[in-house]
Every structure is written in structure tokens, then in C-alpha cells.
Design a protein around this ligand. Structure first.
Ligand code: NAD
Length: 488
């Protein structure tokens, strides 16, 4: 009989058991199998991680950017060698299909390491000419010990999107993956170490809400980069405020996707499906409010229904599967509750929204992709983030009207516009209140393109050059070349 593996912490370059005996189970959402018993960090472990990170920071921040970049590029190459293993691990932890994870998870993480690895040698300040007897310059300095806290939907991508810019700029990081998907952060730590990262520069601490709070409120931590829900984001921001720490927050959304009457139909349907059913709808930037022009509505719905019902639900390790299980039973129940609520509110359930029994995967949390038509703006299914495969279709007639309705949300993460009229597209995008917008596509996030939200969807941008500013502080230096003027 084989015993369940344990997943320890990674502190100071070593796999480290937690100080307490507390463990929690990491469960495969497709099978219900316990993948590992994960060590839960308490205050003693968090303190140890901060001490290790402070030591790592001293060594790492003293290196030139070029040397730091080289380590990131070596780590990217090692990730590429282990691409299949990392992609399969992500499938087991998240339930997302293997048709997605090599690309959306592993390649996106590799891109981040290569992007920031390439920029590391070019992190620089400014020079200011102050006349013939003085000048000033600025230095972009690292912040110190940064904490990364991740959500469960893109575990490796989030770990890479946070650690790569943090490390490129000379910081050390303590990363806490979601308790539901802890495995690939440990593999990333191994990879960084193998690539030559000094001990203590990237640490992994496992745990749930209390561990996250201990990290965010620790006096030895200088910055928090958080990805997760709005309510947790508020708590993390509160902890950051109490310690006057910098924080960036990547939070939830209820984003609009607007499809005008001249949109190319099959592309618009493809985008709406990607924007709602990719990763079983567990994507923060999803375009879950699909506004379709009245003139296109009937054709759009017919094609959407047919293609949605043809999606293969099943074993996420099967390359033909397009819909895997939701992350947990609790989350599946929450999503099904929203489906029930949508019907109760008077929306028309076109298809899906039911638990699915996959033979051989009886303990899996499968739900068929759901489409609601005849939705109204004030329905809860159109206002609240469901974070599952539930699309709400709304119709509109006028440009002015749809812009106003699209913006009538507390969130502001993303938005999309479909039309062949590029003047219309740019005019509408300029008025949409969202951090990340797409014209004639949806949810693509190539390295270098800023990603992040406004309003309740967050603060700061990831995946881009600007992120380097969020992981550095400016020091200004005035240099006198002449005499010191003094009236005394
Ligand atoms: P969550 O807020 O429940 O948890 C996120 C992380 O915070 C987890 O690691 C959790 O352990 C930790 N945490 C919980 N309580 C904490 C506390 N008090 N202090 C510090 N950390 C704490 O979110 P989730 O369910 O893991 O993820 C889903 C949410 O994440 C959705 O709302 C989704 O929109 C959002 N998300 C946003 C982005 C983005 O880039 N904007 C990306 C992915 C997911």
C-alpha cells in the first residue's frame, strides 16, 4: 500500500516541514483522490520564511540585473524541459483540461520568466540636468521581501507572473499558493534553485486564510502582490495599510463583451465561448455579460447553443476533453446555486447548468456549460461573479445604451468589443471602464500587455514593463559639483 505523499514548505532553499503537525488535503477535483497532505504554515514558519528571504535578498539584490536575468532565463529553459510534467500537475491540481494547461498555464509562465529575464539588465533610473554645477539621478531599487498570494485558477501562471518581476528587480519573494492548488509553486521553487537562484530568494509557504494574513501583516514584509477575490483583497489591503506596505491587487470581475450587429458571427461566438467556458469559466477576466445586438441575436444564439452542446465534458487528462471538473464540491454547489437563482430570477436557461456524471469519475465536480438568455441587468447572475461556466446573454439596440449598461458594475477588470467597424470599436473601448480590453478577440494575455483592473477589480498591473515599477522604489540623488551656498 502506498502512503499519501506529503507536501512540505520550501524555505531558505530547502524542503522544510512545517513547525506544527497541521496538514490539509490537496484533492484532485476530477477524482476526489487525495494528491498530497500539505504542511500548513503557522507564525513560526512565516517568521522563518521572512528571515530566509531577508538573507536571500541581501545576496540577490547585490547582483547586477544581467546576472539576475540569466537565472530567470535558465529557469525558463528548465520549465520548457519539464513542460509536460508541469502541465499534468496543473491538470491534477485544478481539473483544467490538458488541452489548455501546456499553453495557458505553462507557456504563459515561461513567457513571464523570459520577458522579465530579458528586462532585468535594463532596470534603470533617470538623469536630470540641473545646470553646469549640479545634476541629479534616480535609482530604481528593490523593495525587499515581497509576498505573493495566489488564487487556484492559474496556479503556475500566477506564481510566475508575480515572482519573475519581483526577482528581476532584485527582491526576494515568499509565495503562498492557494491551498487548493499547491503543487506547482513547489516545482517552480525547485526549478529556480536548479537555475542558480540563491537560497532564500524564492520561498513557498503553504496554508489557508490565517497563513495569508500572517504573511500580509508581517512587519518584515515590504510588499504584497495578491490575486484572488474582492472580499479577500480588501482584507489583504487592510493588512497592507496597517503596515504601510505597498500592495497590488488582482481581483474579480463581471466583465462585458459587446457584440455589434456587423460582427463576424463565428468569431463572435468563439470569443463568447472562450470568454465563458475556457477553464470551466474559472477565469477572472471572463466576459460573463454578453451583450448581443438585437439584429444578430437569433443567429448568435443558434450557433452558440449548437457549439456549446458539442463541447466534450470528461477526464481532464484526455486531450479531446474541453470541460473538466470545477475546483471543489463547494464551488460546484455555489455555481449550481447561481443557475437555480438565474431560473428563479426569470432568465431563460438555454442549455447546461447541470451536474454531469462522468463514468469512472463519479467523485468529480463536473457541470455542463450553461447559457442564460433573456437576462436583465439587475439580475444577480448579471451582477455577481459566478466564476464558473455560466454565460448571461443580454440584448441591446444602441451604442450609447450598451456602453452605459456595460459600465454599470462595481468591477472594472476587462471588456470586449466585436465589430468590423474599427472606428466604432475604438470609440466604444475608449469609454469602457475596464483595465484590460480586447477588440475582436477575448482573454488573450501575451507577455508585455498590461493586465489588471480598476475599481473593485484591483490596483496595479501585471505581465508588463509597468510591473517593474510596482516592485521597485525610486531613490533620488542630488549631486553638487559647485560650492555650497550658505548665508551664515
Ligand atoms: P480567494 O480570495 O478565496 O483566495 C485567494 C488567496 O488568498 C488564497 O491563496 C487564499 O488562501 C488567500 N487568503 C484567504 N484569506 C486570506 C487573508 N485573510 N489574508 C491573506 N490571504 C488570504 O480567491 P480564490 O477563490 O482562490 O480565487 C478566485 C478569485 O480570484 C476570483 O474572484 C477571481 O476573479 C480572482 N482572480 C483574479 C485574477 C486577476 O488577475 N484579476 C486572476 C485569478 C483569479
Amino acid at each position: 500500500m502506498t502512503s499519501t505523499p506529503e507536501l512540505p514548505l520550501f524555505i531558505g532553499g530547502r524542503a522544510t516541514p512545517s513547525a506544527s503537525q497541521d496538514r490539509f488535503a490537496n484533492i484532485n477535483p476530477a477524482t476526489g483522490e487525495v494528491l498530497a497532505m500539505v504542511h500548513e504554515a503557522d507564525k513560526r514558519d512565516v517568521d522563518a520564511a521572512v528571515v530566509a528571504a531577508q538573507a536571500g535578498f541581501r545576496e540577490w539584490s547585490a547582483l547586477p540585473g544581467m546576472a539576475r536575468g540569466r537565472v530567470l532565463l535558465r529557469a525558463a529553459a528548465l520549465m520548457r524541459e519539464r513542460r509536460d510534467e508541469l502541465a499534468e500537475t496543473e491538470v491534477r491540481d485544478t481539473g483544467k483540461p490538458i488541452s489548455e494547461t501546456p499553453f495557458a498555464d505553462v507557456d504563459s509562465a515561461i513567457d513571464a520568466l523570459e520577458f522579465y529575464g530579458g528586462l532585468a539588465a535594463d532596470i534603470k533610473g533617470d538623469h536630470l540636468d540641473l545646470g553646469s554645477t549640479a545634476f541629479a539621478y534616480t535609482r530604481r531599487e528593490p523593495l525587499g521581501v515581497c509576498v505573493g498570494i495566489g488564487a487556484w485558477n492559474y496556479p503556475l501562471q500566477i506564481a510566475a507572473w508575480k515572482s519573475a518581476p519581483a526577482l528581476a528587480t532584485g527582491n526576494a519573494m515568499i509565495f503562498k499558493p492557494s491551498e487548493l492548488t499547491p503543487t506547482n509553486a513547489m516545482k517552480l521553487a525547485e526549478i529556480y534553485q536548479q537555475a542558480g537562484l540563491p537560497d532564500g530568494v524564492f520561498n513557498v509557504v503553504h496554508g489557508r486564510s490565517e497563513t495569508g494574513h500572517l504573511l500580509a501583516s508581517h512587519p518584515g514584509v515590504n510588499k504584497i502582490s495578491f490575486t484572488g477575490s474582492v472580499p479577500t483583497g480588501r482584507k489583504v489591503f487592510g493588512d497592507a495599510a496597517a503596515g504601510l506596505k505597498q500592495a497590488t491587487l488582482e481581483l474579480g470581475g463581471k466583465s462585458p463583451l459587446i457584440i455589434f450587429s456587423d460582427a463576424q458571427l463565428s468569431n463572435a461566438v468563439s470569443a463568447a465561448m472562450n470568454a465563458n467556458f475556457y477553464s470551466m469559466g474559472e477565469v477572472c477576466s471572463n466576459g460573463t455579460r454578453v451583450f448581443v445586438h438585437e439584429d444578430l441575436h437569433a443567429d448568435f444564439m443558434a450557433l452558440l447553443k449548437a457549439r456549446t452542446e458539442a463541447m466534450t465534458i470528461g477526464d481532464p487528462m484526455d486531450p479531446t476533453t474541453r470541460v473538466g471538473p470545477l475546483i471543489s464540491k463547494a464551488h460546484r454547489d455555489r455555481v449550481l446555486e447561481y443557475v437555480r437563482l438565474g431560473i428563479e430570477e426569470g432568465a431563460y436557461l438555454v442549455t447546461g447548468g447541470e451536474p454531469v456524471n462522468v463514468p469512472g469519475f463519479e467523485d468529480g465536480n463536473f457541470v455542463s456549460p450553461a447559457i442564460f438568455d433573456a437576462c436583465q441587468d439587475d439580475m444577480r447572475i448579471c451582477k455577481e461573479e459566478i466564476f464558473g461556466p455560466v454565460m448571461s446573454v443580454l440584448t441591446f439596440r444602441e451604442e450609447e445604451e450598451v456602453v452605459e449598461r456595460a459600465n454599470a458594475t462595481e468591477f472594472g477588470l476587462a471588456a470586449g468589443v466585436f465589430t468590423q467597424n474599427l472606428t466604432l470599436a475604438h470609440r466604444v473601448v475608449a469609454r469602457l471602464q475596464a483595465g484590460s480590453c480586447w477588440i475582436n478577440n477575448y482573454n488573450l494575455t501575451p507577455a508585455g500587455v498590461p493586465f489588471g483592473g480598476i475599481r473593485q477589480s484591483g490596483i496595479g498591473r501585471e505581465n508588463c514593463r509597468e510591473t517593474l515599477d510596482h516592485f521597485t522604489q525610486v531613490k533620488s540623488v542630488y549631486v553638487e559639483l559647485g560650492d555650497v551656498e550658505c548665508d551664515y
